[in-house]
Design a protein around this ligand. Structure first.
Ligand SMILES: C[S@@+](CC[C@H](N)C(=O)[O-])C[C@H]1O[C@@H](n2cnc3c(N)ncnc32)[C@H](O)[C@@H]1O
Length: 243
């Protein structure tokens, strides 16, 4: 039976309390490094507007605010109320009140922002979970300012000699450890969702057709995790996709 957005929301509501702990454990803290690399790609914009979609417990916002204090407006969007509650607590504790983000419970498929108002939009380990991914990309295109930046951090099926090791870990070890501390089904869903997600080349192609061409990318875990940096282009000026 296919999943609905409510199923996804319920799953993340359930795993929210142990989400950060398991991220650090299962990635051996590499997830912190990946989000820092994402923050490194944020363009310098004094008074800029930053939106983190599928923000979860707000870790991307923490990394982004540390590296880009010049932004004036910070927003975290997610469908999971429990994730947002943790994000509010975390960001409330760690940051200066004037930089406090606004958190909104909403879907990536229908963002609550006017056209062309966002300087930089990120989605980290979130796009894979969105039901209608193309609708989300259309929303990203709509809300980004011309030449605005889209940052996608995501897992992909790796290729090459070490891919078997990665797949064994992802399919057999990770769900067992996840099941010990959290909802076993959610950590079985993780490798399944990666397998049914786009290949990175297919996603680059899709971004290109949505006028969000990838201008640079970074590989982690032998390509099992990638950071894609896209720019909103006018249809006639889109450069070729970098793969
Ligand atoms: C794997 S977590 C990633 C959280 C965070 N970005 C990070 O880097 O740790 C995926 C998040 O996406 C959210 N999510 C799933 N579908 C969504 C949608 N359609 N719109 C907004 N958020 C969504 C979930 O509630 C969850 O918090």
């Amino acid at each position: 039976m296919s999943q609905t957005e409510t199923d996804i929301q319920n799953m993340f509501d359930t795993i929210a309390p142990s989400y950060d702990f398991l991220n650090r454990l299962l990635s051996l803290r590499q997830d912190v490094r990946w989000r820092r690399a994402l923050a490194h790609q944020i363009p310098f914009r004094i008074g800029g507007t930053y939106v983190d979609v599928a923000t979860g417990t707000g870790d991307v916002l923490v990394a982004a605010q540390n590296q880009h204090p010049e932004y004036a407006s910070w927003v975290g969007v997610d469908i999971s109320d429990n994730m947002l509650t943790l994000a509010k607590k975390k960001l409330g504790e760690t940051l200066h009140p004037s930089a406090a983000p606004t958190f909104i419970q909403a879907s990536a498929e229908k963002l609550p922002f006017p056209n062309e108002t966002v300087d930089c939009l990120s989605i980290s380990f979130g796009l894979r979970n969105v039901i209608d991914k193309e609708k989300a990309l259309q929303e990203f295109l709509r809300v980004l300012k011309p030449e605005g930046t889209l940052l996608i951090l995501e897992f992909f099926t790796p290729t090459g000699v070490l891919s078997r090791f990665f797949e064994f870990y992802f399919h057999h070890i990770l769900p067992r450890i996840g099941g010990l501390f959290s909802d076993a089904k959610a950590y079985q869903y993780l490798p399944t969702s990666v397998m049914s997600f786009y290949s990175h080349a297919a996603l680059c192609g899709l971004l290109h057709t949505h006028h969000l061409p990838v201008i640079t990318q970074k590989r982690f875990l032998f390509g099992g995790c990638r950071l894609l940096v896209s720019k909103k282009m006018a249809p006639s000026t889109s450069p070729l996709v970098v793969t």
